[in-house]
Design a protein around this ligand. Structure first.
Ligand code: BGC
Ligand code: BGC
Length: 855
């Protein structure tokens, strides 16, 4: 819930806010705090025995905007009457293109396909745009093929176009939702929705898994940036606009004749309300809070006729949403009049009590209409068919699910639309990343920037200025774009993967040059000619879903320390500093706030980095081109504690003319150690609360590697510091003879079950300097020594070059490792003589060499 405590710290911000009352006055819809609803605490909220059964009659009852058309209903009924049980079961399944062929779609009569974050046409996540359309045609043709006597219902393809058509190379990438929330501009949202729909249509898909209408209440959550705001009012103001943009005004269609796709509001319900901000976790909250905070956006979603709703992976009071009939049927469908269809999240059915990925009648019986069953569709097809035949799944329920899906397909007009490539907008590549769409994205970037500190007169940058642009995030489109960008995690990308995009550096360079000045890019802040001003761009690196979960509201030291040192150095030389932060969430930033003269939050701006320069750099005439109008979509913390003191409240944000006096802030984060974010060793250094260890294979004889040079195991192992891609970025272990184990470990074991389900890998960057005679193994172990599992590395090992290895976590799980209690996620067992160097150990999705799980 909304946690704004009045504290002395906050009074400072509140005073500053009072001093710039014009902000609030000029933008009534953003008036801070007035919009924040009172905490929805009720007696029930404190009741330990909170139930997971909803009471539909206390929920709102919005009006569904569409009337059933009798002719269409008759047509649907006639189709359903002709469909065999096999065709009906196929219709409610959605397979991932990783794991299904057009022939399967025909044979099993599948109703839908999707591409998950890491899937692309023909096995290529980075496939060019033409291939997406080509594959869409293949699936479509297979689905309508009636040669073996079926009804031939056209398939629809769902895609995560969550910030533009963001899986496709060359698409416009809009700011992620948190940045759009900062813009407080529903009309802009509708234009973004329209542009996104057109770009999706170019590649042939009909359905986007967006908008995310979550209302995050804990910004440690790795998906918080997918939500517009922590304030249900602001989220609700946006939802209708985004749905109208994507689907057009509510109508019975045919949507495919216009520039539209169908939308999906997700994730129903309280994905942003889980305890500790845990992804796929449990929202332990009262029904009132569930309704008033997390349920609020579904009212405008339904009033605007959203075609689909995605059920959440998460639980409410211990029960998975995907199996909660009182919410899916009682509240959403019966009480709130939702007349579209409900789709599960990625294999979420497998998490419902008593279910597996391939067997879960509970979900459809609870109100799910379509299973997102990426790789599990065939198993579900078999189990559901049997369950329909034996009555476990009532035929009436199956008919209702099919009817809902067909009604949405009728609304799309997909029966008459012909193959995807024949439809309006298909293959109109001038629309994908078009100048018009990029202009909207650039406007969104401008409007999303929030100015939190503005001391002196550093902003706007004056005409003719010599500007140093520093920071490791200044010239990096992937970094600007965050997760759900080309790949699931948004990792493994470089600027060349983003044709037509502009980095923040490029935008600044253009703007400074046109104003008669000179800009220089220097990531580490060094310079030959003394600059008049420096802009340091820094912040988070991309993540998606649970990979972004953190224990505290801190930026990892490996991302903060370098840029902060650069800022301090420049300040010491008398150079004014503007800090520009790339981030998916508000984080404890007091050291940077104290150091920099001005502090700008740019969130995750996407492909149009020049929107930043539009606001930061004055025109040639010295006049402001665009002022800051962005205001915080969520409170900014005074410490790294999740629900601690607030530094800047919701709605806060300065304009260029505001220069509130700065009082030095405490730099104490108020928490113990910064969070490792599943990076356990980086540049040869263990993360806080982690150790680099050398032991005997059974874990005894432990040496903690702190300073180097050092020795371990009675002098049999010599440890030195060596270079990796960076200077002194690795530790080298020379094992003279006998066995030795090199491990990273912690005293507080980590739970990486979700990461294992999410198909992540243990990755480590290693150079073999002199190879062992026998194959080394990589093990994982839990703290009490009761479990471990190991995987051999394939021989021979190449020597002399750095390789990032990846071992799927499921290899360890399959070999009996307890993934919920991992104390040593990495233990390399070597037999000397051998020498290896190690620079990084982390969870990840990319590697130079992937190890297959041993049989
Ligand atoms: C995510 C959804 C997404 C789906 C398909 C899931 O893991 O939670 O938001 O739409 O995958 O990629
Ligand atoms: C897929 C994502 C999905 C995730 C679920 C990934 O492999 O690419 O789309 O959301 O798994 O954990």
């Amino acid at each position: 819930m909304m946690m704004i405590r009045l504290t002395p710290v906050m009074t400072l911000a509140a005073l500053a806010l009072a001093g710039c009352a014009n902000n609030a006055g000029a933008r009534p819809e953003t008036a801070p705090s007035a919009d924040v609803p009172p905490p929805a605490t009720t007696p029930a909220a404190n009741d330990a025995q909170m139930s997971a059964v909803a009471h539909p009659d206390i929920w709102p009852s919005p009006k569904w905007p569409l009337k059933h058309d009798p002719a269409t209903e008759a047509r649907i009924a006639a189709l359903v009457a002709r469909m065999t049980p096999e065709e009906k079961v196929g219709q409610i399944l959605q397979a991932d293109i990783c794991c299904v062929t057009p022939a399967d779609v025909k044979k099993y009569h599948l109703g839908s396909v999707l591409n998950g974050g890491n899937s692309g046409p023909y096995g290529d996540d980075m496939a060019p745009k033409e291939k997406w359309l080509q594959l869409a045609d293949e699936f479509y043709k297979a689905s309508v093929d009636k040669s073996d006597g079926g009804v031939g219902i056209p398939v629809i393809w769902g895609i995560d176009a969550v910030h533009g058509n963001s899986n496709i190379i060359g698409a416009t990438l809009f700011p992620h939702n948190i940045g759009l929330g900062a813009a407080h501009d529903p009309k802009l949202i509708e234009r973004i929705g329209r542009a996104t729909a057109v770009e999706i249509r170019t590649t042939g898909q009909e359905w986007t898994f967006a908008p995310t209408v979550t209302v995050p209440q804990d910004y440690r959550w790795g998906r918080a940036y997918e939500g517009y705001s922590s304030n249900p009012k602001l989220v609700s103001d946006y939802v209708g606009a985004m749905i109208r943009g994507l689907q057009g005004p509510p109508s019975n269609g045919p949507l495919l004749k216009g520039p539209y796709v169908i939308a999906s509001t997700k994730h129903f319900l309280a994905d942003g309300g889980t305890e500790g901000g845990k992804d796929q976790g449990d929202a332990k909250i009262s029904e009132q809070e569930l309704r008033d905070i997390h349920g609020a956006p579904y009212v405008p979603a339904i009033e605007n006729g959203v075609a689909t709703v995605m059920a959440s992976f998460s639980s409410w009071n211990g029960v998975k949403m995907t199996g909660n009939k009182s919410l899916l049927t009682g509240v959403l469908k019966d009480r709130m009049n939702f007349d579209g269809f409900v789709v599960t999240d990625w294999n979420a059915q497998g998490q419902v009590k008593g279910c597996t990925n391939t067997d879960c009648p509970q979900a459809i019986n609870a109100g799910v209409d379509m299973y997102m069953a990426p790789d599990s569709w065939k198993g579900l097809y078999k189990s559901l068919l049997a369950e329909v035949k034996d009555g476990t799944v009532p035929m009436s329920r199956l008919n209702d699910a099919v009817t809902r899906i067909l009604r949405v397909k009728m609304r799309l007009g997909v029966f008459e639309a012909g193959k995807p490539s024949s439809r309006p907008y298909s293959g109109q590549w001038d629309q994908l990343g078009s100048p018009e769409h990029r202009a909207i994205a650039r406007e969104a970037v401008r409007k999303s920037l929030v100015l939190l500190k503005n001391s002196g007169s550093v902003l706007p940058i004056k005409p003719g200025a010599k500007v140093l642009v520093a920071g490791d995030a200044a010239d990096d489109v992937a970094r600007q774009s965050g997760g759900w960008t080309l790949s699931w995690q948004g990792t493994g990308l470089s600027n060349k993967d983003f044709p037509g995009a502009t980095t923040i550096w490029k935008g600044l360079d253009d703007a400074v040059t046109s104003a008669g000045g000179k800009a220089t890019l220097s990531p580490d802040g060094s310079y030959a000619a003394r600059p008049d001003v420096a802009i340091v761009v820094f912040g988070e690196t991309p993540y998606a879903e649970f990979q972004g979960d953190r224990q505290t509201l801190q930026l990892s030291p490996r991302l903060l320390d370098g840029p902060l040192a650069t800022m301090k150095k420049l300040k010491a030389q008398g150079i004014p500093v503007v800090a520009v932060m790339i981030t998916g969430r508000p984080l404890f930033m007091n050291p940077v706030l104290n150091t920099a003269d001005a502090f700008v939050t740019a969130w995750l701006p996407g492909s149009e980095g020049e929107g930043v320069a539009d606001v930061l750099v004055a025109g040639k005439d010295g006049k402001v081109r665009y002022d800051f109008t962005g205001r915080l979509p969520a409170a900014w913390p005074a410490t790294a504690k999740a629900h601690g003191d607030v530094l800047f409240p919701y709605g806060y944000g300065l304009s260029l003319a505001d220069h509130p006096a700065w009082q030095t802030l405490s730099e104490d984060p108020g928490v113990e150690a910064a969070d490792s974010g599943n990076v356990w060793l980086d540049k040869g250094q263990p993360a806080p609360s982690w150790s680099l260890l050398v032991t005997a294979p059974d874990g005894s004889d432990e040496t903690r590697v702190t300073a180097t040079p050092a020795t371990a195991l009675d002098g049999r192992v010599k440890i030195a510091t060596v270079n990796s891609d960076v200077q002194e970025g690795a530790r080298q272990f020379a094992v003279e003879s006998g066995p030795a184990t090199i491990a990273v470990g912690t005293h507080s074991p980590v739970d990486i079950t979700r990461e294992t389900n999410g198909e992540l890998m243990l990755t480590f960057a290693m150079r073999v300097d002199s190879a062992p005679a026998a194959a080394p193994t990589v093990a994982m172990a839990c703290g009490d020594g009761t479990c471990d599992a190991s995987v051999p590395l394939p021989m021979p090992l190449a020597t002399g070059s750095w390789t990032t290895w990846g071992i799927p976590l499921k290899c360890f799980a399959d070999r009996g490792m307890a993934m919920d209690s991992v104390a040593k996620p990495f233990a390399l067992n070597l037999q000397g003589p051998a020498t290896v160097s190690l620079s990084r150990v982390a969870l990840g999705t990319t590697a130079d060499r992937k190890v297959a799980c041993p049989e």
